[in-house]
Ligand binder design. Structure first.
Ligand SMILES: [Zn+2]
Ligand SMILES: [Zn+2]
Length: 112
């Protein structure tokens, strides 16, 4: 299962109690403060949990694997809206791709 897929699941793959705790702590509002790369004019995302647009509970560290994410506690998770989740996932993917490219380049250089 990819990172993008597990983020869409609801009820989430994180423990149901953890999910509740995260949502309560977030007061059912998106906790993104600009990490998604969107809404730059206002650092805090204004979106809330609604029937039509449910918030996602995701790891605070966007590089957490889905398997690791299932074991995280509420303190290591955060509530974000669909748009922010997509933005954060996109940036994390770009970071990973860049790191892999760098690691590959270093590996190739060490062979020369
Ligand atoms: Zn948001
Ligand atoms: Zn955001």
């Amino acid at each position: 299962m990819t990172h993008a897929q597990w983020g869409r699941a609801r009820p989430p793959l994180v423990h149901a109690e953890a999910w509740q705790a995260v949502m309560a702590a977030a007061e059912w509002r998106c906790e993104c403060t600009g990490e998604c790369g969107g809404h730059r004019s206002q650092p805090a995302c204004p979106r809330e949990d609604t029937q039509a647009h449910r918030l996602h509970v995701i790891p605070r560290d966007p590089h957490t694997s889905p398997l690791e994410a299932m074991r995280l506690r509420a303190g290591d998770l955060r509530a974000v809206c669909e748009q922010c989740h997509a933005g954060i996932a996109r940036i994390a993917r770009r970071d990973r791709a860049r790191r892999q490219a760098e690691a590959l380049r270093r590996a190739q250089q060490s062979l020369l």
